[in-house]
Design a protein around this ligand. Structure first.
Ligand code: PLP
Length: 410
């Protein structure tokens, strides 16, 4: 309660911003995931790895826009790419030379991607991938997993209540080979695809066990279903995403977040024989349109982002830095005898309270940790999620660990 009162007292500007927003946005909110009690901070700007709220507090941004903000907040390279693209003219009413540049780069890096199509969000990309799988296989059911998240309105059963899921689905426990085997044995001829994150992202950064993902590959192949990897978050795990790191090649892959260089983006791709159903010169081809699918600002920012930042060397370094931070956090909590564990893969991780007492106690422990670190100038999601960007340096990580050590020592 004391920490909450201090939060309210420190952030009058954010409280006022929410009051104003409530008049025109339900609950003052347009992204449910950004809600936290008693009210979220209103962030007015950022530079490098830091963000600034409307009350003038500056934070090291350890959330990195829920993994999308991998470039930090003010890349001059991306700014130039956007300015150049704008100067060439935008909204060009047709194909452009720019979309192929991005498509070539994506197909070159993901083992599963012979062809790709662009969309405007990861949600849309998943919706299109699943739709393609259902139409091409002529089957109805989509297999998804508890705790999985594939988009704001595509929540299936795991991440919340199933809203707007316009098809049959089976929601199975994650990392459970037996359950997947049983589902295929019972209904294999009805399953169009398995849609799976190589690591549950919003579900708490739980890595998929390699043998589980391998089993899904085998089951899908044996039963004529498509395996779709949702790599909207995990594409950053190596140049070829988590699939390259795992050595498992799905039939289709969806990506999003950072491949638009910080702009709204999604893409779905896969084997040529699947994706070529979208070839409009073919009789009976599948339709897929979208005014901004090939918008030249996103295409240009994406190409520059890939060439400048999303290289094999940088992504491997970011992955290693994340693994080191997660190990340091785990060691620090253990050393202090505090009931938190840290799960994740590479530079995406989640701190989980683990009091063994009650869910309510866990909730309070995490809220206290979150508020304590925020007061010390470190920003991550209230649910414990952190995603490092390239802009975070060794100093910020050292500072964070020191501040955490002090904060939890009180
Ligand atoms: N898939 C995964 C694994 C995600 O983490 C997200 C977003 O957090 C999405 C899909 C949806 O992407 P978008 O928010 O761009 O619609």
């Amino acid at each position: 309660a004391a920490a909450l009162n201090a939060y309210v007292a420190r952030n009058p500007g954010s409280a006022a911003a929410l009051d104003r927003a409530r008049r025109v946005l339900p609950g003052g909110n347009t992204r449910t995931s950004l809600w936290s009690e008693p009210f979220p901070l209103c962030i007015e700007g950022g530079e490098g790895c830091r963000i600034r709220d409307v009350d003038g507090h500056v934070y090291v941004d350890l959330l990195g826009e829920f993994t999308a903000g991998i470039f930090g907040h003010s890349s001059p390279v991306l700014a130039k790419a956007l300015a150049d693209a704008h100067a060439r003219g935008i909204n060009l009413s047709s194909h452009t030379p720019y979309e192929v540049e991005l498509a070539e780069r994506l197909c070159a890096r993901f083992p599963s991607m012979d062809r790709v199509r662009f969309a405007n969000s990861g949600t849309e990309a998943n919706l299109m991938a699943v739709t393609a799988a259902r139409l091409v296989t002529g089957r109805g059911t989509v297999v998804v997993f508890k705790g999985g998240y594939h988009g704001g309105f595509l929540t299936f059963g795991g991440g919340g209540s199933p809203v707007n899921v316009p098809f049959d689905y089976a929601c199975l426990p994650y990392n459970d080979i037996d359950a997947a085997t049983a589902e295929f044995a019972a209904h294999g001829d009805k399953i169009a695809c398995v849609l799976v994150e190589p690591m549950l992202g919003a579900g708490g950064c739980i890595p998929g066990a390699p043998d589980f993902l391998q089993a899904l590959r085998k089951l899908a192949s044996e039963h004529g279903a498509f395996l779709i990897f949702d790599e909207v978050q995990t594409a950053r795990m190596s140049e070829g995403g988590a699939q390259a790191r795992l050595g498992i090649t799905p039939d289709m892959t969806t990506v999003g977040k950072f491949f638009g260089g910080g702009l709204a983006f999604g893409a779905f791709g896969g084997r040529a024989d699947i994706m070529d159903h979208f070839d409009p010169s073919r009789a009976g081809s599948l339709p897929h349109a979208g005014t901004f699918n090939n918008n030249s600002l996103t295409m240009a920012a994406g190409v520059t982002a890939i060439d400048t930042y999303l290289t094999a060397v940088s992504l491997d370094a970011l992955y290693a830095r994340g693994e080191t931070l997660r190990a340091s956090l785990t060691a620090l909590f253990a050393e202090r005898g505090l009931p938190f564990r840290v799960s994740g893969m590479g530079a995406i991780m989640n701190i989980h309270p683990d009091s063994g007492v009650s869910a309510e106690m866990d909730r309070k422990l995490l809220a206290l940790l979150h508020l304590t670190m925020q007061e010390r100038g470190y920003y991550f999601a209230a649910r414990g999620l952190m995603a490092l960007s390239f802009a975070i340096g060794d100093d910020e990580i050292a500072g964070f660990l020191a501040a955490l050590g002090e904060g939890i020592g009180l």
